[in-house]
Design a protein around this ligand. Structure first.
Ligand SMILES: Cc1cc2nc3c(=O)[nH]c(=O)nc-3n(C[C@H](O)[C@H](O)[C@H](O)COP(=O)(O)O)c2cc1C
Length: 308
């Protein structure tokens, strides 16, 4: 294949994607909302909003604020619940040409996660699961699964056992050693890892002396976190053999290239969709142009090109 028409296909845990650029969870709704905005045939896949066993209202407002070079959110994982998703959204997604659906799963106990997976297992039209390990585990005093190696191992090994599809584990970045957590996920049977989720953060309104987010803390995302995310993807990629899907502040095709050079097999785009709802498609198109102009015949050649 000539470098003017670079091959943009990648494979993540056995799932073939037309492009390495994926829309990130929580920033692309249930996919159907983007039908008229983004061509599903031009992006690799999209990840649904986090799906829980029962519907969730989320946190009180304000729950999103802008910061310099990013945003803080504490949506509180609001979602319609896994059964309404399967009944009301999946039929539509199945009819959308080229849509590759990755279902994001979370729960406050391992059992909650298993139940979500069981419901999804019986549904057609999902390529892969992404398990959000940043959720607090209410059986263990609210500590996030993804910050404790033994909790993470138990969560991943049990959900892997129940999954009839490839399982990608989305790691929490709020840890000392992301390489260690990536290894724990891989040892427990994860087919891929994705990172980073948002960083715990706090912003204060100095006139009122009150937090700017009703939940007090929230997750920081956007360009502000990109260099930290690139470092973490690099650490994770050096630590495991399974594919690493990188994200955190990707706003341009060049950012996506940087994550791949750090070791990512594919990338996700989140916050950028708030500034430009077509960002995911634009970044996918831009990456193809970048590869063509840099004589990269296959985008997979970028993966780990700068792994030190
Ligand atoms: C408003 C909002 C909602 C999000 N909801 C979820 C979610 O439900 N599940 C999840 O795993 N990640 C969620 N995320 C995290 C993103 O998928 C992504 O990991 C993070 O924002 C970093 O990428 P970015 O800088 O490109 O946004 C959310 C992010 C934002 C900004």
């Amino acid at each position: 294949m000539s470098s003017n028409t670079p091959d943009m296909r990648v494979s993540v845990a056995g799932v073939e994607l037309r492009s390495p650029v994926i829309a990130a969870s929580g920033t692309f709704g249930y996919g159907v909302e983007f039908e008229e905005i983004v061509s599903m045939e031009r992006i690799g896949a999209f990840v649904t909003k986090g799906l829980s066993r029962e519907p969730m209202q989320g946190n009180p407002t304000p729950r999103i604020i802008e910061t310099s070079a990013g945003m803080i959110n504490a949506i509180g994982l609001q979602n319609m619940g896994v059964r309404p998703f399967v009944e009301e959204k999946l039929p539509k997604l199945r009819s959308m040409k080229g849509a590759v659906v990755i279902a994001n799963v979370f729960g406050y106990t391992v059992e909650d996660c298993l139940e979500v997976i069981r419901v999804l297992n019986d549904a057609e039209g999902i390529a892969m699961y992404e398990l959000n390990a940043s959720c607090p585990n209410t059986s263990h005093g609210g500590i996030a699964f993804g910050v404790d190696p033994s909790l993470l191992y138990e969560l991943v090994s049990r959900t892997r056992g129940a999954s009839r599809r490839p399982l990608m584990v989305k790691l929490s970045p709020n840890v000392t050693s992301i390489g260690q957590m990536a290894r724990v996920a891989a040892d427990a049977g994860a087919d891929a890892v994705s990172l980073v989720n948002t960083f715990v953060s706090l912003a204060i309104d100095i006139e009122t002396g009150k937090p700017r987010i009703a939940n007090v803390t929230g997750g920081l995302s956007g360009p502000a976190i990109k260099p930290i995310a690139v470092r973490m993807v690099h650490d994770a990629a050096k630590s495991v053999r399974i594919p690493v899907v990188g994200m955190g502040g990707i706003a341009r095709a060049e950012d996506a290239v940087e994550f791949m050079m750090a070791g990512a097999t594919a990338v996700q785009v989140g916050t950028a969709s708030y500034a430009d709802p077509r960002a995911v498609e634009n970044i996918a198109n831009g990456m193809r142009k970048w590869c063509a102009s840099h004589q990269v015949e296959h985008v997979g050649q970028l993966t780990g090109a700068a792994l030190l």
